[in-house]
Every structure is written in structure tokens, then in C-alpha cells.
Design a binder for this molecule. Sequence first.
Ligand SMILES: Cc1cc2nc3c(=O)[nH]c(=O)nc-3n(C[C@H](O)[C@H](O)[C@H](O)COP(=O)(O)OP(=O)(O)OC[C@H]3O[C@@H](n4cnc5c(N)ncnc54)[C@H](O)[C@@H]3O)c2cc1C
Length: 249
Amino acid sequence: MVHLGHKLETVQDEGDHSLLTFADGKTVEADLVVGADGIKSVVRHQLFSEKGPVFSGEHAYRAVIPMDRVRGLITDDDFRMYIGRGTKVYLMPLRYRGQVSFDITALCPDSTWAPQVTKDDLLATVEGFDERPVSITRDLDMDTVNARAVYDIDPVGTWHSDSVVLVGDAAHSMLHHQGQGANPAIEDAGALADALRQADSPKAAPALYQATRKPVTDELQRISRQGWTEKEIDDIFPGQKSAAAAGQE
Ligand SMILES: Cc1cc2nc3c(=O)[nH]c(=O)nc-3n(C[C@H](O)[C@H](O)[C@H](O)COP(=O)(O)OP(=O)(O)OC[C@H]3O[C@@H](n4cnc5c(N)ncnc54)[C@H](O)[C@@H]3O)c2cc1C
């Protein structure tokens, strides 16, 4: 059963089971708690790591726009990216819905979680870029733009006890520079289900799950912090330093 509208306040690890307390006063006892509560995870913070999210020094702005507003930039399913002065502009086709995700990631020292930004702020970040992404930016309806400061977490040493396990961003929030985060969260869920089927005992499953997934996500967290510097782009696409268009699988 899914019970919506329950805000977790505390989790107590009692060895072979755990106790959860929610903001509405309800309590739950569970054989296995799966902490899938995101980058600010209460479960991680209370049981596995007191370290908070780490600010990357960037903002991410996203709007989903109709395909016919992309000024010919999207002709197939290829992801297209423009990079310069620490700003990354990318267009991600969502063909099945006739839309495109238009994203700008820009250097910014303001670490406010959900920053207030204006059209002028966005235009300043793409100044000097190819006219097409600039004019898409100029036409954006700011009410549809999602703006947030970009954070990840440092790798967490242990994701589980016998009766609690972390998955997704709660376990391994990463920067979005490799297009990863939700993908490994889904893979975690599959790996945890496999471990619960395969392990000799329910207690052994969380350890098996962590052994399968953590090496992968540690590496994803590491390379996601590398971002896309102009030097890295120039190595991959020599001579296209300021405007690289790349296909992504
Ligand atoms: C700009 C940007 C671009 C991205 N691009 C990509 C990409 O291209 N590909 C990709 O794979 N990933 C991408 N990601 C990452 C992706 O969004 C995350 O990795 C993914 O959403 C994590 O899923 P999750 O379910 O672990 O956590 P979340 O989506 O954060 O879900 C956590 C849930 O837990 C709930 N919750 C939190 N605290 C409590 C509590 N105390 N009690 C009850 N519920 C609680 C929240 O309300 C939320 O519903 C991007 C992220 C950003 C910021």
C-alpha cells in the first residue's frame, strides 16, 4: 500500500527492525526501511552521515518548451550542447511529447536552494553564444523556468544496516553533468529487489545490494564532478571549443 502525505521525522534502527515516526504523529515498525528520500535524506542524516549537501558553485535553469520553438536546433533524437565560459546550454529532445528540455547550467556563487532569477540573469549567462539558444532564452516564459542551485553529496561510507537501506539520491546524489542521478536510482531499485531474492537471509540482502551498486555510483559521483570544461570538450571535439554539439545515448 502507498500512503501519501507522510513526512518522516525520525528513524530508529533497532537491529532486526526499525521504527519510523512521521510529522502527523503516526509511527511504523518495519523489517526493512528503504530510504529513498532524496539529497536531503532524513534517513541518511540520522543513521549514516551527518554531512550535508555540497554546493557546486552553479545554478541550473530548466524549461520544457514546444519542439517548434527550437529554431531548427533539433532535427532528430540527438542531445545538443553549447559550452563556453563555464556555462553549459543543452537541448534534450522529448520526441514522444513533441517537446524539448532546454537547460542552462551556469557558474553562480549564490547557494540559495531555489534562487530567484530574472530573464536578464539568464540572458547574461548566454551572452555571446550562438544566436539560436540566445533567442530561445529571450522567448522563455519565466513562469515555466525551474531554477535551482546545484548540489551533490560526498560519497557515503555505508548505505545500510540490517533493517535500513538507502537508494537513489539519498545514497549517492551526484551532479547532473553526466546525465546521471535518476538512472542509477532506478538501477538501485532493481539491484535491491534482486538482492532480496538472492540473499541467503533478509539481513544479508542490504550488504549484497551495496556491494553491487556502490562501486558504480562512487565512480558516477566522481566523474559527474568533473563537469564539461572547455579543455575536455576541445580534447573530444578539436576546433569546436565554444560550441560543441554532441550526440548522447
Ligand atoms: C538540473 C538537474 C538535471 C538532472 N538531469 C538528470 C539527467 O539528465 N539524468 C538523470 O538520470 N538524472 C538527472 N538529474 C538527477 C535526478 O533528478 C535525481 O537523481 C533523481 O530525481 C533522484 O531521485 P530520488 O527518487 O532518489 O530522489 P528525489 O527525486 O529527490 O525524491 C525524493 C522524494 O522523497 C521525498 N521526501 C524527502 N524527504 C522526505 C521526508 N522526510 N518524508 C517523506 N518524504 C520525503 C521528497 O518529497 C521526494 O518526493 C538531474 C538533477 C538536476 C538537479
